[in-house]
Design a protein around this ligand. Sequence first.
Ligand code: GLU
Length: 306
Amino acid sequence: MTPPVGRFAPTPSGRMHLGNVFAALIAWLSVKSWGGSLLLRMEDLDTQRTSPELGEVLRQDLLWLGLPWDEETPPQSRRTAAYEQAFGKLQDRGLLYPCYCTRSQLHSVNAPHRSDGTYVYPGTCRGLSDRERAAFQRKPAWRLLVPDREYRVADLGQGEYVQNLSSGCGDFVVRRADGVFVYQLAVTVDDGDFGVTQVVRGVDLLGSAPRQMYLQDLLGYAHPEYGHVPLLTARDGRRLSKRDKDLDLGRLRLTHRPEALVGWLAWQAGLLPRQEAISPRELAEEFSWEKLKKQEICVDLADLLG
Ligand code: GLU
């Protein structure tokens, strides 16, 4: 088997919290246990919320954890020309159309909603005539037509996941009205251009994989292997998030050694039979996707924070 090329693609909008640490750890362990390499990419499309300084803190945090990357590829803010080219290819094939729907129209109660609260786009702007388009007198977002086709993800973490793009998602936006390219397009072009063969990330992005696979087909990239890691939740069932300041690395680095944190996460995730301090490098020898829990991991924070 060819060693995988994985990636960790954080959004530098704040300090890493436990959930990000967990996703980074599994991405690292998965490629390293197969002798592969890991790319680092800053996902800074949202220039309002992200900053190069936060990116630098993120790098320091990864190094502190013992998760060095093999190469850093350009941040998304520097990749506009590549996204523009991909957008042009889709446009040339007649697969894009302008969408003038307002936010409130999109979220109206009549729109079919998915279980995660997002909506299936009903195709409102698909058949507009040139005259109707001109009447809006504002810049549109651009949507990609999706086929009535099922995409199957053979996920390393979650098993088989199937989504019909038409009924489960609908035509999706690839470029916003302000000209900014959206995550789905950027991530596909970046992973494709830099030869990523294994995508490991949080399970909240599992539903994005079919859109990305469809874009890969259209843009001539091979499908990578996917592995979506379960979310960490607190005992009360709430998902850990960036709002939990006591769980970000700014706080945890003051009280914990990296090996203690890594060992605790690995134990909670089913990778170790007991709690012990361990480095990612040592843990790579023990790692397998079979051991990793599939469902939400309810963590005992009292145990961590003592
Ligand atoms: N940038 C995304 C995040 O920080 C991850 C995207 C991905 O891994 O595809 O959640």
